[in-house]
Design a protein around this ligand. Structure first.
Ligand code: GTP
Ligand code: MG
Length: 217
C-alpha cells in the first residue's frame, strides 16, 4: 500500500516535470538542477557562473527556511526567486510550476535551480531540468561517492569545491575520484574555488557545450 502510494507520487511528479521541461525547452530555456550538501558551495557556483554566462539568467533558490541565498544573488544583480519548503527536504515539480507562474524567465535564458542542501531526496526527483549537477566540497570528506552513490550517478557533472582547504582537513582527492569512478564512471569533475571563481570558466564552457548538444537533439 505504502509502496504503491510512493510510486504514484513519483509518477505524478515525473509527468509534471516532463511537461515543465517541454514548456521551457519550447522557449529555448536551458534548466540546470544544482544538488549538494548544505554549504557545499551551490550558491557560490551560481554566483560565479552568473558573472560568466552572457545569456539572461534566472535562479530559483530552494531552502527549508530563509531567503538568504536569494538576497545574496539579488545583491549581485541576479534575477533570483526563493522557494521556502518549510521542512520538505527536496524541491518537487509542483513547487517549480508554482514558482514559474510568479517569476518571468526570459526566452532563451538559463534557469538554475538550487535544490535543498542534502545528498539524498533531491536526487530522487526530477523537477523539469535538462540536467542535474552535484556540488561536493572537500570539507565533506572523500568518501561521499561511496556513501551517497545515487546523487553522483544521476548527475551529469560533479563540481569539487574547497580544494584550497583540502590539506588542512585531510581530503584525499585521488580516493574521492576513485569512488566517483566506481559509482558514476566517466562523470566529469570540475574543481572550483567558490570564493575566487578559479575553475568557473571551465564549468561555464562545459554548460554551454551541453546546452548546444541538447539543442541539436
Ligand atoms: N574555502 C572555500 N570556501 C568556499 C568555497 N566555495 C564556497 N565556500 C564558502 O563556503 C560557504 C558556503 O558556500 P555556499 O555557496 O553558500 O554553499 P551552499 O551550498 O549554497 O549552502 P546552502 O545553500 O546553505 O546549502 C560560504 O562561506 C562560501 O564562501 C571554496 O572553494 N573554498
Ligand atoms: Mg545556497
Amino acid at each position: 500500500m505504502q509502496v504503491s502510494l510512493k510510486r504514484a507520487i513519483y509518477e505524478e511528479n515525473d509527468r509534471l516535470a516532463a511537461a515543465i521541461n517541454a514548456g521551457l525547452r519550447r522557449r529555448g530555456i536551458y534548466t540546470v538542477n544544482i544538488l549538494g550538501s548544505p554549504g557545499a558551495g551551490k550558491t557560490s557556483l551560481v554566483s560565479r557562473l552568473a558573472e560568466r554566462l552572457s545569456r539572461p539568467l534566472s535562479v530559483i533558490e530552494g531552502d527549508v527556511a530563509s531567503d538568504i541565498d536569494t538576497r545574496t544573488l539579488r545583491a549581485l544583480g541576479v534575477d533570483a526567486w526563493q522557494i521556502e519548503t518549510g521542512g520538505d527536504c527536496h524541491l518537487n515539480a509542483p513547487m517549480i510550476e508554482a514558482m514559474l507562474g510568479k517569476m518571468k524567465v526570459e526566452d532563451a535564458a538559463w534557469l538554475f535551480i538550487e535544490n535543498i542542501g542534502n545528498l539524498i531526496c533531491p536526487a530522487e526527483f526530477v523537477i523539469g531540468e535538462d540536467l542535474k549537477i552535484v556540488v561536493s566540497s572537500a570539507a565533506e570528506g572523500h568518501d561521499k561517492p561511496w556513501k551517497y552513490p545515487i546523487i553522483f550517478a544521476r548527475s551529469a557533472a560533479c563540481i569539487l569545491t574547497k580544494l584550497d582547504i583540502a590539506e588542512a582537513i585531510g581530503f584525499d582527492e585521488a580516493a574521492f575520484r576513485k569512488g566517483l569512478e566506481t559509482v558514476a564512471p566517466g562523470l566529469p569533475v570540475f574543481p572550483l574555488n567558490g570564493k575566487t571563481g578559479e575553475g568557473a570558466d571551465h564549468i561555464a564552457s562545459w554548460l554551454i557545450a551541453a546546452r548546444k548538444a541538447a539543442a541539436g537533439t
